[in-house]
Write a protein that binds this ligand. Sequence first.
Ligand code: 13P
Ligand code: SF4
Length: 336
Amino acid sequence: MVLNEIEAKAASKLIQKGYLDIPIPSGLDVVAEINRLRKEKNAVILAHYYQTGDIQDIADYVGDSLGLSQQAASTTADLIVFAGVHFMGETAKILNPSKKVVIPDLKAGCSLAESAEPNAFRAFREAHPDHVVITYINCSAEIKAMSDIICTSANAEKIVNSVPLDKPIIFAPDKNLGRYLIKKTGRDMLLWEGACIVHEAFAIDKLLELHKQHPTAKIIAHPESEDHLLKVAHYIGSTTGMINFVKNDSSQEYIVATEAGILHQMLKEAPQKSFIPAPSHEDNTCACSECAFMRLNTMQKLYLCLRYESPEIHVDEAIQRKALLPIQRMLEISKS
Ligand code: 13P
Ligand code: SF4
């Protein structure tokens, strides 16, 4: 692709900015352009439930981490545009090493993924050589390469139960999901001390106060939330689990303890019901919890990354080969 002066300047600042900062012509119909380009390039747009509503609506597939991995594993597209955070794009690249994978903003990271630094994780692993390492998908490709099986919140219980009872387990990097799984499965796992900044930001006192004002509302929570919050939840599950729950449950109102982007899908699936985001410690403008990493993605950046096929996700070849096996194990176990 031959770049003009503005495009070349933006490309030189890509790493610093995280995306191609190229002005979009005023009046450009971004939605129509995305639709045209994805057809022309045989691209697939995958989006997580934590993306803004406009991105979810234009995606070919919107889902949770498991569904997105399954889609990435089976896609016939030539170009994968991943509207999510960096580890999600990396997972798609690990599954499709010969395809181009782009994300709207390289700086869309994840506090959980950052909590597992590869050297420290290697040392932890080596200190417990007899342990099976189950790693939550919210981690870097390097950490995946050091893992035995990957899991997501949707299949974590099943993955833990797939390990023979006489095998000790390391679970990383989310300590809250780990503690929840210890309770659910009765397995005494060794936990890594990572956490999600969004799910740890929910304030239990404010939540209980809110519930007093809405006594018939059910509290639904993602298992990345802290134990005291999970204890008061009427339902605990992955983002897909939560959406299915509100669709099929008989209540009319829910307090939702996960990233607020999910409310868009909940309202689409159950428009007659009402959803209140769980309150966080900090009072922000919308009184809800948004993942600052996920929110780096915008429709403009989505258009730019599809148009210029940049920023691209790269994974070292040796790491890709090692990281693929634990992801494949997860996909295999999830089939049954
Ligand atoms: P799921 O997509 O598995 O529900 O997890 C949510 C999440 O934390 C994504 O970052
Ligand atoms: Fe990571 Fe939490 Fe954001 Fe998910 S919501 S991407 S776990 S920081």
